[in-house]
Design a protein around this ligand. Structure first.
Ligand SMILES: [Fe+2]
Ligand SMILES: [Fe+2]
Length: 330
């Protein structure tokens, strides 16, 4: 049975722009590219192909070295791999639905017509991504509920009454998170169909980050005083949400609801953790993997964007330094 729907109140404004001149030629070009690069999930992708390899190569996961995992036997290991992939892809799917709705909000709320057209093209892109992930997951297993951290992030973006934080939260941070997660999944999957899907989707997503950067550069420059401070604080809070913290040995925040896959298969995750903790090299391998992902997300993607937008500046840099995301050197 599907998860119950969530209703979010969104108090943003709808703005008419009657200046029909092209004022931002770069946005106009991006809109042209968006039209040129449309693709059709049902016809571009050959869906008759069977899944050609493990959707997620579990041997890369450090917890697969544990006795408990090895005792599961090949069939249950395969099923766990499929379900784990379905859980992760379900988060992509929910994120895409969030992106679809935020892009639609941006059509309404952004003051410039050139940006409205880009946002409208993005609405179609995100609809396509929802379609693609829905189709793939149902081929694989089932759709899992939204992760609480992802829900918190999307809710914060959708509930904001200003369009600048919506842009920052969706086009820079959530899209950045999506690109890093898709790249990670692309590297970890053995299925050609999923690889191909992700390649098409990532191409669209990089256009969305480009759109966000172009539209925001000008908008951030115009902000000053409390509005500027509040945007900087919002950007940091959104980044902070995505990082898993460990408190008294218990992980919190981050995307942790994957435990539901283990619960569903009656595999005791706490015992796996216990076994992992007893072997420092597995623990190190797990930390290394997390570091790789965070480095891809922050060092390669978010930090350069936030710096370019001056949302990472003398005032905010210490916050990011304390969060430990400015570098992930060994
Ligand atoms: Fe998307
Ligand atoms: Fe997107």
């Amino acid at each position: 049975m599907a998860q119950a729907p969530i209703t979010i109140l969104t108090p943003a404004e709808s703005v008419f722009d009657f200046d029909y001149e092209v004022r931002f030629p770069q946005l106009d070009r991006l809109y042209e590219n968006a039209k040129r690069d449309q693709w059709n999930v049902s016809t571009t992708i050959d869906w008759d192909r069977p899944i050609s390899g493990p959707p997620l190569n579990m041997s890369l996961m450090p917890f697969c070295q544990t006795e408990l995992y090895r005792s599961l036997g090949a069939e249950r290991q395969d099923l766990l791999g499929r379900k784990f992939a379905a859980w992760r892809l379900s988060q992509f799917l929910h994120g895409e639905q969030g992106a679809l709705m935020v892009a639609a909000q941006l059509v309404d709320a952004v003051p410039d017509l050139d940006a409205k057209l880009c946002a409208a093209a993005q609405v179609m892109d995100e609809a396509r991504h929802v379609e693609a992930f829905r189709k793939y997951i149902t081929k694989l297993d089932r759709i899992y509920p939204i992760d609480p951290t992802l829900e918190r992030l999307l809710r914060a973006v959708m509930e904001h009454e200003r369009w600048e934080p919506k842009y920052t939260g969706m086009q820079i941070i959530t899209e950045g998170l999506a690109i890093a997660a898709f790249r990670f999944m692309h590297a970890q999957t053995g299925d050609e169909l999923l690889k191909e899907l992700l390649e098409y989707i990532m191409k669209d997503e990089s256009r969305h980050v480009g759109f966000g950067m172009l539209a925001l550069r000008d908008a951030v420059r115009k902000l000053s005083g409390p509005a500027r401070n509040s945007l900087e604080e919002f950007a940091f809070a959104a980044c902070d949400m995505t990082i898993t913290k460990v408190e008294n040995g218990v992980p919190r925040d981050g995307f942790l609801s994957y435990h539901m896959v283990f619960d569903e298969m009656a595999i005791p995750l706490d015992q796996i953790r216990l076994e992992m903790n007893q072997n420092p090299s597995w623990k190190d391998a797990e930390r290394e993997m997390e570091k790789q992902f965070n480095s891809m997300l922050f060092v390669d993607t978010l930090i350069p964007c936030l710096r370019q937008l001056s949302l990472l500046n003398d005032r905010t840099e210490p916050w990011y330094a304390e969060l430990g995301v400015l570098s992930f050197a060994a």
